[in-house]
Ligand binder design. Structure first.
Ligand code: NAG
Ligand code: NAG
Ligand code: NAG
Ligand code: NAG
Length: 244
């Protein structure tokens, strides 16, 4: 029932070598490092009161909307965020080559893995973000010290910036807020706002089916107990280390 072609959508990205990080001393928000557990991803807009969105989407969580067989565009949702886990081995953590996955979908023909997928638009104006059937794209992670001084989702471009847009195109059906990866040197369109996605601790309710087949190795997650409760006035901005 599920074509292997879908699995090929999960592209592999070579891990970039770890450069020496310039660690700035500062006051950073406290976070937990938890065992193999789950996280939701909370939208933290650089300009939370932007007029692009009504109601504001600051504090909404990453979810997805069905756009084709096994394909789901990433969107923000006020309350029904996906609970992801980070999968990978030790060397993949330090090599920034982990993936973010959802517990497998239990189909009638067996469990189907699901993961966060990045693919670049043909004109390189943006990167598509999806939650598709398959293993997901390697290069997503949240570990502090890899791409920033505290946990923030980074993506396979090596950067931590995402944008959410106010678009009304038929493929999204009702009003939706699609989320994209910001490509280096690409302009942010007027109907889009820059943001980071911050991990919030959550528990995974579903079992990780298909363990042997999919080789799950959930790794400990770094996450904030409550992103909305963070008082950013108290904290220093981190330095983001992107891959050049
Ligand atoms: C989160 O959003 C607030 C308000 O826009 C901002 O001050 C803060 O720097 C943001 N933090 C991160 C990690 O993006
Ligand atoms: C999107 O922007 C239009 C104006 O450009 C505005 O009328 C509409 O309310 C916005 N939609 C959402 C869902 O924020
Ligand atoms: C999870 O990570 C392990 C360790 O790298 C890997 O062998 C396995 O294929 C990954 N599973 C998925 C579904 O990505
Ligand atoms: C998965 O689906 C099968 C039937 O297709 C069912 O027997 C099994 O209980 C389900 N497992 C979970 C964990 O939901």
């Amino acid at each position: 029932m599920f074509s292997p072609v879908l699995f090929a959508l999960a592209s592999l990205t070579a891990a970039s070598p770890l450069a020496t990080r310039d660690w700035q001393p500062g006051n950073y928000p406290p976070y937990n490092v938890i065992g193999a557990s789950g996280i939701t991803l909370v939208a933290n807009l650089s300009n939370p009161t932007t007029a692009i969105f009504d109601p504001p989407v600051h504090g909404w969580t990453l979810s997805s909307v069905h756009v084709g067989a096994g394909l789901n565009a990433a969107i923000l949702d006020p309350s029904h965020g996906h609970v992801f886990f980070v999968n990978g081995s030790g060397p993949e953590i330090s090599g920034e080559a982990t993936s973010l996955n959802l517990p497998p979908f239990n189909s009638t023909s067996g469990p189907v893995p699901q993961g966060l997928v990045y693919s670049q638009a043909e004109d390189k104006s943006k990167g598509y973000l999806s939650v598709n059937f398959g293993y997901g794209t390697k290069g997503f992670g949240i570990r502090a010290g890899l791409r920033s001084q505290y946990p923030v989702l980074f993506n396979p471009t090596g950067h931590t910036e995402f944008m959410v847009c106010n678009v009304s195109v038929p493929v999204y059906g009702r009003p939706q807020y699609p989320v994209f990866v910001v490509e280096e040197h690409a302009a942010v369109p007027d109907n889009c706002a820059l943001m980071h996605l911050l991990p919030q601790c959550a528990s995974i309710e579903e079992p990780l089916l298909g363990g042997e087949e999919f080789g799950w190795q959930p790794v400990g997650a770094s996450c904030y107990p409550d992103v909305k409760a963070l008082d950013w006035q108290k904290y220093s901005d981190p330095v983001y280390w992107g891959s050049a």
